[in-house]
Design a binder for this molecule. Structure first.
Ligand code: NAP
Length: 266
């Protein structure tokens, strides 16, 4: 199956390595190409269709443009408001696997959010997916802490409609059971942490940044929290994407493959 990734930049992405390993595990031929998109996403999609791609992953900064471009959205994509997976049919179908991918990653790592207070740093695509996953998993409260306050307030209001039992809010950082970093802080050469000093240590911290130990991860782990980086979410959102392009895996098989892939990428 021919697949690929659209984004800018894409050179740092682990997705080609991940899909090569998935092909080996499943004994399937998967050709996966990472394409840096400098022009409109629509032109990249047309070029990929001409090459016979079945679908594509979509990353920064195209997750909202992909939602606008799609001729149809799955209910998941509509609920999260961002598209990270496209399937090429007669029309272009947009889907979101970041939310389920994060929920799978939390479950796989034994991090419970049910009845817990969660603080999410960031308020755009990844934070929306994280907030959605927390609502679905029954979090008691979710607080968005973001540089641009109105974006966080808008997101909290939107998610409160989908999950009325979870108390969504936006504002300054406060004590919480679980921290989730959904900003790029700590990525690449950046050495900042979104979590201010002086907060009580959480039980667990989840960094969506992967491939390095960031100050966010270090601070939480030194305070005794259970910490995972973004590798598990990366793997799980990719497996869910694969299922959207191919066919569903059983939860047991998905968990087994995820474990192998996380080990391969760690
Ligand atoms: P995005 O749309 O660019 O949003 C970035 C968020 O971070 C925004 O809320 C932004 O605040 C905030 N931010 C950016 N720079 C900041 C800074 N210098 N100081 C404080 N806040 C800052 O990105 P996204 O798609 O939501 O992704 C966020 C992160 O998650 C990225 O690092 C991405 O690689 C990662 N991610 C990982 C996975 C995975 O599978 N592991 C999946 C999805 C995303 P403003 O609103 O103020 O701009």
């Amino acid at each position: 199956m021919k697949l690929g990734l659209f984004g800018r930049p894409v050179s740092h992405s682990s997705s080609p390595k991940l899909f090569a390993a998935l092909g080996r595990i499943l004994n399937r031929k998967i050709e996966y190409e990472a394409v840096r998109v400098d022009g409109p996403l629509s032109a990249a999609v047309e070029a990929a269709r001409a090459k016979g791609w079945r679908g594509a992953s979509v990353t920064i900064p195209f997750k909202l443009e992909a939602a606008d471009l799609a001729g149809g959205l799955t209910s998941q994509a509509r609920a999260v408001g961002a598209v990270n997976v496209l399937r090429f049919e007669s029309k272009l179908v947009g889907h979101n696997t970041d939310a389920d991918g994060l929920a799978d990653a939390l479950r796989g790592a034994g991090i419970a959010v049910k009845d817990r207070v969660v603080m999410i740093f960031g308020a755009r695509g990844a934070a929306a997916a994280a907030g959605w996953a927390c609502g679905k998993e029954g979090a008691r409260a979710v607080r968005f802490v973001n540089r641009t306050a109105p974006t966080a307030r808008r997101l909290a209001r939107a998610l409160a409609k989908s999950f009325p039992k979870t108390r969504y809010s936006a504002g300054a950082a406060a004590n919480a059971d679980v921290w989730i970093n959904a900003t790029p802080l700590g990525q690449g050469d950046n050495d900042e942490s979104p979590a201010p000093a002086g907060l009580k240590a959480p039980r667990a911290a989840v960094d969506l940044v992967y491939g390095k130990v960031t100050p966010f991860q270090r601070r939480a782990s030194e305070a005794g929290a259970k910490v995972i980086d973004g590798t598990a979410m990366l793997v799980h959102q990719a497996l869910r994407a694969w299922e959207f392009w191919d066919k569903p895996l059983t939860p047991a098989r998905r968990a087994e493959i995820a474990e192998e892939l996380i080990e391969e990428l760690s």
